[in-house]
Design a binder for this molecule. Structure first.
Ligand code: NAD
Ligand code: MLT
Length: 314
């Protein structure tokens, strides 16, 4: 399929490589990262293509206003900020860059797992307050502990391989990954019911879909070992945040590492401020390397579309 793309609007911060690749292939580019929703709706009819990262909400009214839109691209993995159903109804292609930020997200997950096991956030804050509190911050070793990985796709697999180097046993669940495939990266495939009582740590790597909304809830915390530690570097909403707060307060959950939140930025910072929570503002893909890769990949896919080449993603 060859698609004519005269011009593309980039409405979020995307690495400059994206503009360079599009322009060097004869596609006009306007980058404007300050558009309000109303301004975007007013501007979008002029463009054949739209590229976003996370800030722009590509809602049905934006899509319906885009009378010339042929393709919407996300320089990232999830396409949660694009109304893909509205785009499909209008015959608009929605693309992402699966894999471009996998390693960065996996490394950030490992960073959170390590940080929360040694109380790094709270210990660092305490020292900045001029304290020398060695007793308060007794940690645990990762060695010999069991890490449960929910979602054994690209990021889940990379997390497994990295945390095994600390001597962790990895177990996991994924409805689309077979036990045989999971075994190729030394991860024992188990049902969720088998996982909860065995895990010392849980890390989440699924999309946010109806089946994973509030996957981690009061019932699940009750089935886990006392002192379970959990990391969410996937999507806010996979953990029921109220249930997590209750589990932290009761001690059922010893610590949580959170990169993603139900609302971003959160309106209520109670969970973030909990002493046993280490939190980052959705930084999983925020590395120079990942941003360069996703910018290049999304631009190349637009160019491939113009040249009638095969597409991948979303
Ligand atoms: P992926 O598609 O490679 O893997 C996701 C896996 O989840 C798939 O294998 C799928 O079968 C599995 N899954 C679906 N439903 C499930 C369920 N009910 N239970 C268990 N597993 C289930 O995706 P990925 O690239 O590994 O990304 C994983 C998540 O991380 C996505 O939500 C993505 O948006 C998010 N992400 C976040 C950041 C960040 O900045 N924090 C960066 C990149 C990706
Ligand atoms: C993604 O889905 O790729 C992530 O949320 C990372 C991001 O774009 O910041």
């Amino acid at each position: 399929m060859v698609v004519q793309l005269k011009n593309v609007l980039i409405s979020d911060e995307v690495d400059p490589k994206c503009v360079q690749i599009l322009q060097s292939n004869g596609i006009e580019v306007v980058q404007n990262v300050t558009l309000s929703k109303e301004q975007l709706i007013a501007e979008i009819p002029k463009y054949d293509g739209l590229i976003v990262r996370s800030a722009t909400r590509v809602t049905a009214d934006v899509i319906n206003a885009g009378v010339n839109l042929k393709i919407i691209g996300r320089a990232g993995t999830g396409v949660d900020n694009i109304d893909a159903d509205a785009a499909t109804r209008r015959g608009i292609i929605v693309m992402n860059t699966p894999g471009g930020n996998t390693l960065s997200a996996a490394e950030h997950t490992c960073t959170l797992l390590i940080a929360l096991t040694r109380n790094l956030g709270a210990a660092s804050l305490s020292m900045k307050e001029g304290k020398w509190d060695r007793k308060k911050f007794m940690g645990t070793e990762l060695f010999g502990k069991t890490l449960a990985i929910i979602g054994l796709g690209r990021i889940g697999k990379e997390v497994a391989l990295r945390m095994q180097s600390f001597g962790m046993t990895t177990i996991g669940f994924d409805p689309l990954v077979s036990p045989a495939e999971s075994a190729t990266f030394n991860t024992e495939w188990l049902s969720l019911e088998e996982i909860w009582p065995r895990a010392d740590y849980i890390t989440l790597h699924t999309p946010l879909i109806p089946q994973t909304k509030n996957l981690i809830n009061d019932d699940v915390f009750a089935k886990c070992k006392k002192g379970i530690r959990i990391v969410n570097c996937a999507r806010g909403g996979i953990i029921d945040e109220d249930a997590l707060l209750r589990a932290l307060e009761s001690g059922q959950c010893a610590a949580a590492g959170l990169d993603v939140f139900l609302e971003e930025p959160p309106k209520d910072y109670t969970l973030v401020k909990h002493p046993n929570v280490i939190a980052t503002p959705h930084l999983g893909a925020s590395t120079i390397e990942a941003q360069s890769r996703v910018a290049e990949e999304i631009a190349q896919q637009f160019v491939d579309l113009v040249q009638g080449k095969c597409l991948f993603g979303a």
